[in-house]
Design a protein around this ligand. Structure first.
Ligand code: NOJ
Length: 600
């Protein structure tokens, strides 16, 4: 009897790691390390001033050498580019400035040959006004007549005879959400720019057409999609007015309204359920998860519902929770943010963290360049998916455009986040050999570039490589999490796993020196740890010993400089010496050891 119990437990120990390895192949996305490429700004292979697919192909080795396993290739579809490529005029074709569908297929194959994965965009809410569907819809041509949200005016102005929009909804980029079409004699809805008419998801033909687009790219073998603006898919069927925020009645700003009737309508989950069925069909066929990451800045309950539950799974993770962009910018602010993300991705989603993005910009621009490496430490060493925006790895910064460099493309002042990649200190940072790149290169390229940082042992780039390697260790892949805030500005978390080295991340978010008293966190750490990675402003060096101080004698505690971060590692340990005492730990995100190993 005892013998068979022992045998069973021995099997659990052996089988779980096996299952773990398998689930990593099939469910690769659960620990994906994503490199987000804004295609037009990454690498210009044909010297027309625009980045392109061939350019990404030429730089694949670079992305792989950094340690990334997934590439998110952004904004590649045909588009007049009035909203950075999110105004798609043909979802089944590539913008000729980036190449052809064959070029994308080559890129997909090369990515797969390297054992990596590729995500592309899926922009379901709207199309460009130049899309064939819209042109035909304006003319009421079947079957496109009701492909968009068309509505009669509420009334005509008694004096001017101007048509009055059906309701008070304000578009994300300001102005009425309704635009009049003289040709069709009706208003059409646009959640974003007037050149981005909204598709009508109450029309089954639209739903079928959009599933056709998913299948088209899945057939080309993409691994998944980043779903744009998911909460905007459907609106109230009765088109009721949105309530105003008190004190902002009539203000022409998206933030002046509560988007009760224009956003997050319950039927959107029916649509995402249909998409999930499509993904699952391809997952089954190929035994490789096909996934959807989605964009949402909505309240947690919506984000969680988009991911579903154990028995009813929907989308896989949210791709936009940007570390250090939340407010307030202090230890409890970031803990709230992390707790919320962990909660919404339970039970069926995966937590996900980004360093920067094409909309939010780069971490250093909000917290100062010192915080750039600490944001990697946090995003890459928390459990789940980590995404970094091209150039974050060398600490690129935003570059606002001069008025004479702006055009009608700068819909929302987003272009400053999308300046060309800084490869070296040659003309135009090695991005293009043409005289004029589509956007000016950040003037700091002579100092901040890939070539230089590859040659500097402790550059941000080499530190990122170190962190991604650490991310591949069992403690980070499978370990548990405990978080602690010893002071209002010091944010600390520990990853730990039975028999493995413990990893501790310490970030000072404040503008003054902070004492690092880890004893208060009750992490049960050894007295001496090693500095695995130190941000350049921290005052510490990689390889230094770090003595965990005694909280009864605070003066013995090491101090951490403002806006800097450290990653500490311990030697391998036994489970008991790392049992977390939850008294002071404010969060323990954990399953049991066996469960967590099996889950991942
Ligand atoms: C979100 C995208 O990230 C943003 O860049 C775009 O302007 C809107 N969706 C509209 O597609």
């Amino acid at each position: 009897m005892c013998y068979s119990i022992c045998l069973i437990s021995w099997m659990i120990v052996i089988l779980c790691p096996l299952q773990k390895v398998q689930s990593h192949q099939n469910e690769w996305y659960k620990t994906a390390t994503i490199y987000q490429v804004y295609t037009r700004s990454f690498m210009d292979s044909n010297n027309d001033g625009n980045g392109d697919l061939q350019g990404i192909l030429e730089k694949l080795d670079y992305i792989q050498t950094l340690g990334f396993d997934t590439v998110y290739v952004q904004s590649v579809f045909k588009s007049p580019f009035l909203d950075g490529g999110f105004d798609v005029s043909d979802q089944k074709d590539i913008n000729p400035i980036f190449g052809t569908t064959n070029d994308l297929k080559n890129l997909i194959d090369e990515i797969h040959k390297r054992g990596m994965k590729i995500l592309i965009d899926f922009v379901p809410n709207h199309t460009s006004h130049e899309h064939e569907w819209f042109k035909k819809s304006v003319k009421r041509e079947a079957p496109y007549t009701d492909f968009y949200v068309w509505e009669n005016p509420k009334e005509f102005d008694s004096q001017t005879n101007e048509p009055i929009p059906p309701n008070n909804w304000i578009a994300v980029f300001t102005g009425s959400m309704w635009k009049w079409s003289d040709e069709r004699n009706q208003f059409y809805l646009h959640q974003f720019l007037p050149v981005e008419p909204d598709l009508n998801y109450r029309n089954p033909a639209v739903r079928e057409a959009m599933k056709g687009i998913l299948k088209f790219w899945l057939d080309l073998d993409v691994d998944g999609f980043r779903v744009d603006a998911i909460g905007h898919l459907l609106e109230d069927i009765m088109l009721r007015d949105n309530p105003w925020i008190p004190g902002m009645v009539g203000v022409n700003n998206y933030r002046a309204q509560i988007h009760k009737f224009s956003k997050n309508q319950e039927e959107m989950y029916e649509v995402t359920d249909e998409w999930r069925l499509v993904l699952d069909e391809y997952t089954r066929k190929t035994n490789r998860s096909r996934i959807m990451a989605f964009e949402s800045f909505d309240p947690p309950e919506f984000v969680q519902k988009h991911m579903g539950n154990e028995t009813h799974k929907r989308l896989h993770f949210v791709l936009c929770p940007t570390i250090f962009f939340h407010r307030p910018y202090n230890a409890s602010g970031i803990v709230d943010f992390i707790q919320t993300q962990l909660r919404v991705s339970t039970p069926s989603g995966v937590p996900s963290w980004s360093v920067g993005s094409h909309d939010m910009g780069r971490s250093g621009d909000l917290g100062g360049s010192e915080i750039s490496l600490p944001s990697f430490m946090v995003a890459f060493l928390l459990p789940g998916v980590a995404t970094s925006y091209y150039g974050d790895e060398i600490s690129m910064s935003d570059q606002p455009l001069r008025p004479d460099q702006k055009s009608n493309m700068d819909a929302f002042d987003h272009l400053k986040h999308r300046t060309p990649m800084q490869w070296d200190d040659s003309t135009n940072a090695g991005f293009t050999r043409t005289r004029k790149p589509w956007l000016p290169v950040n003037p700091n390229y002579w100092a901040i570039n890939v070539k230089r940082q590859l040659g500097e042992k402790h550059s941000q780039l080499n530190n990122c490589i170190r962190l991604i390697k650490l991310r591949r260790t069992p403690t980070i892949l499978n370990g548990q999490l405990a978080i602690c805030t010893p002071t209002p500005w010091l944010f600390v978390f520990q990853r730990y796993l039975h028999g493995e080295a413990s990893i501790v991340v310490v970030v000072n978010l404040g503008t003054e020196m902070e004492l690092i008293s880890l004893k208060d966190c009750s992490f049960n750490l050894p007295r001496v740890m090693e500095i695995h990675t130190a941000s350049s402003s921290s005052g510490f060096q990689i390889g230094d010993k770090f003595v965990v101080c005694d909280s009864s004698n605070l003066t013995s505690c090491p101090r951490l400089r403002p806006r800097s971060g450290l990653v500490l590692t311990s030697a391998r340990s036994s489970e008991s010496s790392y049992a977390v005492k939850s008294k002071h730990s404010i969060l323990i995100f954990a399953l049991s050891l066996v469960l967590s190993a099996c889950y991942w």
